[in-house]
Write a protein that binds this ligand. Structure first.
Ligand SMILES: C=CC1=C(C)c2cc3[nH]c(cc4nc(cc5[nH]c(cc1n2)c(C)c5CCC(=O)O)C(CCC(=O)O)=C4C)c(C)c3C=C
Ligand SMILES: [Fe+2]
Length: 481
């Protein structure tokens, strides 16, 4: 088998046109394939296959989420960029497998958030994030304000974010860690006699989804498993990345015929739960009285409206995930108290409660002396573990009376975790299904673009008149800084 090489291609002069998507899945192992995934006019039917073959349901991803953003064609919601790619290019080895059909070339596409690599990248990264209609969910009538609003918020937020990234070395470690995970996953699949190419697609920074997809086409991949690096599904993370992928597939003959299997969430997999329990068990041993430590799960928050109005399964999945980890710990004789809180809220709306900062203060006041923080929405170290938890929350906890502080590291390339992801890929492969995609005709597309340009022009003027009023600015500043 050939060694893997990681390629980064930088194409000078390429343009960045930024633009910019419920299901509590009770089954133990979940494979979801979109049978009409990229179809803009037909209701999407999802086939959900569970490890128990009799437990097969159709249409579980439904409600306002399915009939909302996933189906919508939103020209302002796409990122076209060919500035960078980080992939593990084909070695031809996919056709050598005994377990695969002679000409099968399997790809695995890892989806992740992406992060600014330098301080200079922070504002444009934030623009990409806030321009995502799954991050700032404007009512339909106000969609035209998305990009001007993103510009304004990103400029206002950038100084605070820059400070955060400066304190963790001047940029996000996400790209490197995700590349390492891709490499480790390829190795684990090789070891299981399932040679694949692994690709990385970031949502808000390089390498963007478009670049990964171009590489997949160049490698003539014949089956693709899409694996988001978020254990739990949220509209704002996995949903958003899948929507971008669907938009790309819809417009490409090759991709619309490519059999694809999407693993929407995997928080309930035994391997993941065991790996998390291993980390917690190990870290508890660093306290002088491990049995007295409060296990403090800190999850990334989302606005309450996502869960209560848009059908985001994130909170249900998070609570089930914590329950499963605690059950696993109990089976090992570890019976510590635990709690779950939500961190990293941004902006003036209500986010999922309780809030991490408020709970830390309450626990200190109640006399909790030892606390082990467990980041649980993400499997890499990033700004919210390295800066928010390790610096801000630690300081707050110590000021509030907590004396012994610990933090479980993110899973990263933990071998048992990566092996489990490899199993998830193998299990998902048989349910790969083509996304059939009638694209817009070119006349329709032209009309759409003209309408979009007009709306953006007038939208920008209106937004700046409204938003640059001193009152609005100070309201934003109070919430963003
Ligand atoms: C404003 C809305 C946001 C929502 C909703 C949101 C959901 C969400 N995010 C993650 C994971 C990560 N987010 C990260 C950075 C980040 N996220 C937001 C905003 C929202 N996130 C902002 C503004 C930023 C930038 C940093 C900052 O200014 O605070 C990252 C870090 C990436 C890195 O570079 O290290 C991660 C990871 C999840 C899991 C989630 C919903 C479940
Ligand atoms: Fe975030």
């Amino acid at each position: 088998m050939d060694a893997i090489s990681s390629s980064r291609v930088n194409l000078p002069g390429s343009t960045l046109r930024n633009s910019n998507n419920k299901s509590s899945l009770p089954c133990h192992q979940t494979r979801i394939s979109m049978s009409t995934g990229c179809n803009s006019s037909v209701s999407q039917a999802y086939t959900v296959s569970c490890s128990n073959p009799t437990d097969k349901q159709t249409g579980i991803v439904s409600g306002s989420y399915l009939h909302g953003p996933l189906q919508k064609r939103d020209l302002s919601g796409k990122t076209f960029c060919s500035l960078g790619v980080s992939t593990y290019p084909g070695t031809g080895s996919a056709s050598e497998s005994h377990s695969l059909a002679a000409e099968e070339r399997v790809g695995v596409l890892l989806l992740n958030l992406g992060g600014p690599e330098t301080l200079h990248d922070v504002q444009p990264f934030l623009f990409n994030l806030f321009a995502d209609p799954d991050i700032i969910r404007l009512p339909r009538l106000f969609k035209f304000l998305q990009r001007p609003l993103a510009q304004l918020i990103s400029v206002l937020r950038a100084p605070k974010s820059k400070e955060g990234y400066a304190s963790i070395g001047g940029g996000s470690p996400l790209r490197k860690i995700t590349d390492d995970q891709a490499f480790a996953l390829k190795k684990a699949l090789d070891a299981k006699e399932m040679p694949v190419n692994v690709y990385v697609a970031m949502r808000y920074w390089h390498p963007f989804t478009e670049e990964a997809v171009q590489q997949i086409k160049r490698d003539r991949i014949t089956k693709l498993v899409v694996l988001p690096l978020y254990p739990q599904f949220s509209i704002s993370t996995t949903g958003s990345s899948i929507r971008v992928l669907q938009n790309i597939c819809r417009e490409d003959a090759y991709l619309s015929r490519l059999p694809i299997s999407i693993i929407q969430s995997w928080y309930q997999r035994e391997g993941y739960i065991r790996s998390m329990a291993d980390l917690i068990e190990k870290e508890l041993q660093s306290f002088s009285r491990p049995e007295e430590v409060m296990v403090f799960f800190s999850a990334h928050g989302v606005p309450v409206s996502y869960v209560e109005n848009a059908g985001d399964p994130y909170r249900d999945q998070m609570e089930e995930c914590i329950h499963l980890i605690m059950q696993e710990l109990k089976s090992r004789g570890i019976n510590n108290d635990h709690t779950l809180a939500y961190q990293s809220r941004v902006g003036p709306v209500q986010w999922l409660k309780p809030y991490t900062d408020e709970v830390l203060v309450e626990l200190g006041q109640k006399g909790v002396k030892s606390l082990l923080a467990v980041p649980v929405s993400f499997v890499s170290e990033h700004i919210e573990t390295l800066e928010e938890i390790d610096m801000e929350y630690k300081e707050l906890a110590l000021e509030s009376g907590i004396e012994n502080w610990g933090r479980v590291p993110a899973l990263g390339c933990n071998p048992s975790f990566i092996t489990d992801l490899a199993d998830a890929v193998i299990e998902a492969l048989p349910s790969a299904t083509a996304m059939t995609t009638p694209s817009m005709d070119s006349e329709e597309e032209d009309r759409d673009l003209v309408g979009y340009a007009i709306k953006t022009f007038f939208g920008s003027i209106l937004a700046f008149v409204l938003l640059l009023s001193p009152k609005m600015i100070s309201a934003f500043r109070n919430h963003l800084l």
